[in-house]
Design a protein around this ligand. Structure first.
Ligand code: HEC
Length: 216
């Protein structure tokens, strides 16, 4: 029993860290992906329950999560053509702003970047989600609580400018980072409807506006 618990926690931890909570039962194979085995599936089934809006349906892996878990488990690099295919799949689904305007209000964007709440069982369904950007990125000066899982974004527009190409790239990054890195750890804010189009524009303004603390 103790052994099972240890395995369960370790596996769940690994799944969360790599953004791979669960697996796809219909995926082919199985022996080369620990998440695809029947025993792992039964652990998931027994140990996780739906609560509020956090339902066990979230344990179903996307094709990206499935392939990334598999190659991480095998300790092998993903074949380049598969990686390219997964990135193209994500890139094809990016929805750019309907009105062609990429930028909203940086002050609203800062609140979103600082907010790590949302989509949990204890959150009211439909209430706005945070982006939690600061948990992974250094974006502003003099705040020691920022994380370093992602690259530093401080002085983002100051360093890159605000050309159409930079705007488009940044939007797609936030919409679904897997369009550039099939196994990205960054949450796909647009693709998984974590942020609305307006909230993404506000976060874009935080990165791009010369008056935002990111560029000060
Ligand atoms: C769980 C960690 C995590 C969170 C939360 C996160 N990111 Fe990221 N982000 C990353 C990682 C890791 C990368 C590096 C590239 C990759 O994984 O492909 C990245 C890359 C980026 C890039 C591209 C940087 C470059 O040098 O081109 C941008 C822009 C970005 N993130 C913006 C954001 C914004 C805005 C938010 C909040 C709405 C956010 N990120 C939330 C982890 C995160």
């Amino acid at each position: 029993m103790k052994k099972l618990m240890t395995f369960t926690l370790a596996a769940a931890g690994a799944a969360l860290l790599s953004g791979c909570a669960g697996m796809n039962t219909t995926a082919s194979g199985g022996s080369d992906n620990p998440f695809a085995t029947e025993s792992f599936q039964s652990v998931l089934k027994n140990d996780f329950v739906s609560k509020g809006q956090a339902t066990v349906a979230r344990l179903k892996q996307t094709p990206h999560q499935y392939e990334c878990s598999k190659y991480a488990y095998l300790g092998q690099p993903m074949p380049a053509d598969l990686q390219k295919k997964l990135e193209q799949m994500a890139a094809d689904k990016v929805v750019y702003p309907k009105d062609g305007q990429y930028l909203g209000d940086w002050k609203a964007g800062l609140k979103i970047a600082e907010n790590g709440k949302g989509m949990q069982w204890s959150d009211k369904p439909g209430s706005p989600n945070g982006g939690n950007c600061l948990a992974c990125h250094k974006m502003i000066a003099n705040d020691p609580s920022q994380g370093n899982i992602g690259p530093e974004l401080y002085h983002y527009a100051k360093l890159r400018g605000n050309s159409e190409a930079v705007l488009k790239y940044t939007w797609a990054r936030i919409y679904d980072s897997q369009a550039f890195n099939a196994c990205s750890y960054m949450p796909p804010f647009g693709a998984h409807q974590i942020l609305t189009e307006q909230e993404m524009k506000d976060v874009m303004a935080l990165l791009m506006d010369p008056n935002s603390p990111v560029n000060k």
